[in-house]
Design a protein around this ligand. Structure first.
Ligand code: MN
Length: 214
């Protein structure tokens, strides 16, 4: 699939008249250091979505258990469709019946640096690292920091591994100790409650109007 069409799958899966997720009309680069984001997604099964800006779109992996700060904990990361750059800001509720229905928060966000060098010490471009299935990056998130490797081992299955450096921590359980959004400081439950409350108000208003008209 040519890179310019990399958002086709993303758009096909979604009905933008029903979900408030961004359509991603154009590919864009952020112009600065590439973007990194992890969204916590309380869908039919709770998971974390790791996204890395590569060539103007967000390459995306579903990480069922979320990231770990311990190099001993290799986390499964399943490659999924590219997402538009604007998705890095998305927080809210995807309505029931829609693809990925559930609540999403921006669990962590920041920039990253490519660490991968070839034998001559030259940086290997990220798209090449991605194609080879060997990514090594330095994360500058609010929660996650330091070196991380993403290694493909079978088809769409990759492993997300913390590198051994000063930011590594074998004792911390970061998904448990830092559950809130870095965007709104809210938990998934708080975002869900706020959005659902808004919706029920609208519904009851509509019902009242319907009653009056009848
Ligand atoms: Mn997801």
């Amino acid at each position: 699939m040519p890179m310019k069409d990399s958002l086709t799958v993303y758009r096909k899966k979604r009905d933008f008249s029903k979900t408030r997720e961004p359509e991603g009309k154009k590919r864009a680069t952020s112009g600065k250091k590439p973007l990194y984001v992890i969204q916590k997604h309380d869908a039919s099964r709770l998971h974390y979505d790791l996204r890395l800006e590569i060539d103007g779109a967000l390459k995306s992996w579903v990480v069922p258990k979320g990231p770990s700060t311990s190099p001993k904990e290799k986390r499964l990361a399943v490659l999924t469709e590219d997402h538009p750059m604007e998705y890095a800001n998305f927080e809210g509720v995807i309505p029931e019946g829609e693809y990925g229905a559930g609540t999403i928060i921006v669990w962590d966000r920041g920039r990253y640096r490519n660490l991968k060098k070839d034998a001559k010490g030259q940086e290997v471009p990220m798209d090449k690292c991605f194609k080879k299935g060997r990514i090594e990056i330095w994360l500058q998130g609010k929660k996650l920091k330091g070196g991380f490797a993403l290694v493909r081992f079978r088809g769409k299955n990759w492993l997300l591994i913390k590198m051994r450096d000063k930011e590594a921590n074998d004792k911390k359980n970061i998904v448990k100790s830092s559950p809130k959004s870095v965007k709104s400081q809210k938990t998934v439950e708080q975002v869900k409650r706020a959005k659902t409350r808004g919706k029920s108000v609208k519904t009851s208003k509509r019902k009242r109007t319907a009653k009056k008209a009848a």
